[in-house]
Design a protein around this ligand. Structure first.
Ligand code: XMP
Length: 516
């Protein structure tokens, strides 16, 4: 087992996942429980995650000293690197040199951590997100890699098998990062493994059966890959004790609800209820501008609808006891400080932090540990048609979080039309599968334009498209200008209410994929 100490990084689960990809079992413990976890698990190797604190500050979180005396390999990442240095006698300095996003690492020495990928003297892309840096090495350490903002970007004490890096090897924007983690668990810690998605599927089915017993489950189905995979997995686990509900909240894309219903009914024989509740949602949101209030309002209404539908479906006065959702790990980590853990809430994803505190059903979330691409892999394992698997993600709160400022019916209509044209152009250009997610955002800003010799004063539409593997980090998609020009012209000509189109070129971090 590899034990991962979580200092509250947004991407700690990605470390677990990279270890999983290397076929090795791992567990994550919040730093407050690291000492206890270390004793209970007796790990063969440790990884210290990043986190929002500053190791230079007094009283900031530390790793248990015992792990450095146990003779096992330790890998520190970002904050984990600084903690390691601070605890082993090195120096850390608070942030003058903030580095966010892409950076380049120069390899200063040969190391088993870099074996097979990064020879001495070469330069490689890495992903940074930090404000502090290491300024003095603890005894026994040498610099094995440098970047312009971090002279000690990668350091090692080969003898004690301690490694520490300032960048994030766990994110895909460090293209060789997975190999580094695999080197750490295989070459350095000497671990081998046999974790597979088929094993995961069997485990997940057994866990659902155990949790649900002979109860009934209602599953929210949006047509996205997560809820579809959750539904099919549940169906395998509990058969006809599952009913799916499509909550048509008036915040879906153009024609989306109809398409999803048809697609699902064509392929599966799972009872599927269409709840047409657009007025309920839009009346509640009308004029609301605060993103968190929007998300929470939507989360609460979802539950109201599920509970009302569960009542309608009750057999002999007995309603469904369980509500299943396709919640993924990124939804969890960005919404809550998991298990009382140390991370900061970024936004309340409707199916996690947006849920009301009191609800009458228990949650079943079989995908809670997984990332989107792992869910796609699980979907293939379950035999889902590619049409489900290849769909772009679409958030539960839908178009409401793509209408910054107040949501109104008119704005939703404008946005829906612009979004449909944008996606149509993407499909026509053959780009749909190359893009992780694309959508339009209607800004609450009007600007002056001139059309047909007349003055216009209308809204701005922002287009967003990103590439990503798991939604945790992302890069904007590099369209060619012809594509952007063509799409902007069509939107302005065909959609009343928009007279200007802009393209969002922000990566994640520092942006998020959605605007709210
Ligand atoms: P952000 O905006 O946090 O989004 O970078 C990461 C991914 O999650 C999707 N997303 C959501 N999905 N419920 C969902 O089911 C939500 O409340 C929610 N908010 C964001 C987002 O579309 C992107 O794919």
């Amino acid at each position: 087992t590899v034990l991962i100490v979580d200092f509250g990084s947004q991407v700690t689960q990605l470390i677990a996942r990279r270890v999983r990809e290397a076929g090795v079992y791992s567990e994550i413990v919040p730093f407050q429980q690291a000492e206890e976890g270390f004793r209970r698990i007796a790990p063969k190797a440790m990884i210290l995650s990043g986190g929002p604190a500053s190791a230079a500050d007094e009283g900031s979180p530390r790793a248990p000293d015992a792990i450095f005396a146990a003779g096992i390999p330790v890998l520190g990442i970002c904050y984990g690197q600084q903690v390691m240095c601070a605890q082993l006698g090195g120096g850390v300095e608070g942030g003058h040199h903030r580095e966010f996003g892409r950076a380049f690492l120069d390899i200063a020495a040969q190391s088993p951590l870099f074996e097979g990928v990064w020879p001495k003297g070469t330069r490689h892309q890495v992903w940074m997100s930090h404000g502090d840096r290491v300024t003095a090495l603890p005894d026994g350490f040498e610099v094995i890699g440098t970047s312009s903002g971090a002279p000690c970007a990668a350091i090692a004490d080969e003898e004690r098998r301690f490694y520490a890096v300032q960048f994030h090897p766990e994110v895909v924007h460090t293209p060789d990062g997975a190999k580094l983690i695999s080197n750490f668990v295989h070459r350095i810690a000497g671990l081998a493994g046999d974790w597979t998605m088929a094993a995961y599927r069997d485990q997940a089915i057994a866990a659902i059966r155990e949790k649900v017993g002979d109860g009934h489950v209602i599953c929210g189905l949006s047509g996205g890959v997560d809820s579809s995979v959750a539904a099919v997995l549940l169906h395998e686990a509990i058969g006809d004790r599952l009913t799916c509900i499509l909550v048509d909240h008036g915040l879906m894309r153009k024609n989306e609800a109809t398409e999803v219903l048809e697609l699902f009914r064509e392929h599966y024989n799972i009872p599927l209820v269409h709840a047409d509740v657009a007025d309920l949602f839009i009346d509640a949101l009308e004029g609301e501008a605060d993103p968190e209030v929007k998300r929470k309002t939507i989360g609460k209404l979802f539950i109201d609808v599920f509970e009302a539908e569960a009542k309608k479906l009750a057999v002999d006065g007995k309603t469904a006891e369980f509500l299943a959702q396709g919640t993924l790990y990124p939804d969890v980590i960005e919404s809550v400080s998991f298990a009382g853990g140390p991370s900061v809430t970024i936004k309340s994803h409707h199916n996690v932090g947006g849920l009301p505190e009191r609800m009458n059903m228990q949650l079943v979330e079989p995908l809670r540990e997984l990332f989107k691409d792992e869910v796609r892999e699980l979907g293939r394992e379950l035999g889902l048609p590619e049409r489900f698997i290849g769909r772009h993600p679409f958030p539960g709160p839908g178009l409401a979080i793509r209408c910054p400022g107040g949501v109104t019916r008119d704005k939703l209509e404008i946005l829906r039309e612009a979004d449909a044209i944008y996606l149509d152009e993407i499909r026509k250009a053959g780009l749909y599968d190359a893009i992780w997610q694309a959508f339009a955002v209607l800004l609450p800003v009007q600007t002056v334009g001139v059309m047909g010799d007349g003055r216009t004063y209308e809204f701005v539409c922002a287009l967003r498209a990103v590439t990503s593997v798991d939604g945790m980090t992302a890069d904007f998609y590099p369209y060619d200008m012809d594509f952007l020009g063509r799409t902007a012209t069509r939107i302005i000509n065909e959609v009343r209410g928009i007279n200007r189109v802009v393209y969002d070129v922000t990566s994640k971090p520092p942006g998020t994929i959605e605007w709210e």
